[in-house]
Write a new protein. Structure first.
Length: 324
C-alpha cells in the first residue's frame, strides 16, 4: 500500500501577545494556502528509507512514536524552506501522517506534533494541516513558557480559539524574495527569548483591539479590504516587538516591498509572514492580476529578484490518498 499526503503552506500574520505580564503567551494568527505544497508518499517497509534528510529525521521519530516497523518515503514536492510559509511543520506532519497511514494506524497529529518539535509557539501550522481555513490559536500558559519554550514534547499544541473558512473570492499575493532564509532552530529560539523579555504589554492590548474589532468581523463577513488592513496592522504591531532582532518593523529589505504594496489599490493589506522573507498581500479575484503586477514592481523597487504568485486560501486539511 502506498499513501500520498499533500498539504499547502500557510501565512502567519503574527502573535497576539509576547508579554510575560499577560496570562497567555503567543496566540498565533494565520491561514492556510492551497499553494505552494508539500507532497510526501510512503510505503511500508522495515526501517526508514528516504533521500530527504529532513523528512528522514521526522520519519525515524514517527516510527519510534507510532511503534511501527518503518516506511519508504519520497518527498515529491516541498515548500520553500524557512521563508515564512510553514515548511517545517507541514513536512513534519505530512511525514508523520504518511508513515502512520502506510502502516495502517492513525497519526494522532495534534497529540504527537510536540514530539516532532512542532506547535511550541504557534498552533497555526498544526491547525491548518488538520482543517485549513483562518485560525486564531489560544496560545500557551505564560507560567509554563516564561522566556524559553519547554523541551520537545513537553507542551500541548495550543487549542484553536477561533476559525473561519477563507472566503472563495479572496486571493493572496505571495512574494518570495531571493534573500537569506528566515530564522529557525536555535537562532529563532534566541531571538524569541529576547523579544519576549523586552515585549511591551501595551502592544498586546492594541493587538487585542484590532483582533476583536477588525480582524474577526472582517473574516466573518467576508470583507477582504477590511481584513487586509487589519492584518497589516497586526503585522506592524508585531514588528515593534521584533525590531531590535530583525533590524526594523520588517527585516530589510522586506520593508521596502511591503511599503510599495501598501500604496497599491489592488492590495488591501501587506506584511511579512513569520520571520520572512515571504511577503503577503491580501486581494480578491477582481484585483488579482493588478496585485500580481504590483508584486513584480515591489521586487524591482527593492532591488531584489524573487517569485510572485497569486494563491487561494484552503478550507480543508491535508489530503490523504491511498493506492492499494
Amino acid at each position: 500500500m502506498t499513501v500520498r499526503v499533500s498539504t499547502g503552506g500557510r501565512l502567519h500574520f503574527g502573535f497576539t501577545n509576547l508579554s510575560l505580564s499577560h496570562e497567555r503567551l503567543y496566540g498565533g494568527l494565520g491561514l492556510a494556502l492551497r499553494e505552494p505544497r508539500t507532497v510526501v508518499t510512503a510505503a511500508p517497509t522495515d526501517g526508514v528509507d528516504c533521500d530527504d534528510p529532513g523528512a528522514a529525521a521526522y520519519a525515524r521519530r514517527a516510527v519510534s512514536l507510532l511503534g511501527v516497523p518503518g516506511a519508504r518515503l519520497t518527498v515529491e514536492r516541498s515548500l520553500p524552506r524557512h521563508v515564512g510559509v510553514g515548511s517545517g511543520t507541514q513536512l513534519a506532519l505530512a511525514t508523520l501522517t504518511a508513515v502512520a497511514r502506510a502502516n495502517g494506524v492513525e497519526p494522532a497529529v495534534r497529540e504527537l506534533a510536540p514530539d516532532l518539535g512542532r506547535g511550541g509557539r504557534s498552533g497555526v501550522g498544526v491547525a491548518t494541516f488538520e482543517s485549513g481555513g483562518f485560525v486564531l490559536d489560544a496560545g500557551h500558559p505564560t507560567v509554563r513558557f516564561t522566556t524559553s519554550r519547554p523541551a520537545d514534547g513537553d507542551w500541548t499544541v495550543p487549542p484553536v480559539a477561533a476559525s473561519h473558512p477563507v472566503p472563495a473570492g479572496w486571493r493572496f499575493l505571495l512574494v518570495l524574495p531571493e534573500l537569506d532564509e528566515g530564522r529557525s532552530g536555535e537562532v529563532e529560539d534566541a531571538s524569541m527569548r529576547t523579544a519576549v523579555e523586552r515585549a511591551d504589554p501595551v502592544i498586546s492590548n492594541r493587538i487585542a483591539g484590532v483582533l476583536t474589532r477588525r480582524v474577526l468581523p472582517a473574516v466573518a463577513t467576508g470583507n477582504a479590504e477590511r481584513f487586509g488592513s487589519a492584518v497589516e496592522e497586526v503585522g506592524r504591531l508585531n514588528g515593534a516587538w521584533y525590531a531590535d532582532e530583525q533590524g526594523g518593523t520588517y527585516r530589510p529589505p522586506v520593508g521596502k516591498i511591503v511599503a510599495t504594496l501598501s500604496e497599491t489599490p489592488a492590495v488591501f493589506g501587506a506584511g511579512q509572514s513569520s520571520w520572512g522573507p515571504a511577503v503577503y498581500g491580501v486581494t480578491d479575484a477582481a484585483n488579482a492580476d493588478a496585485a500580481g503586477a504590483a508584486g513584480e514592481e515591489a521586487l524591482a523597487a527593492a532591488g531584489v529578484a524573487g517569485q510572485v504568485r497569486i494563491v487561494r486560501g484552503r478550507n480543508r486539511g491535508a489530503q490523504v490518498e491511498t493506492d492499494d
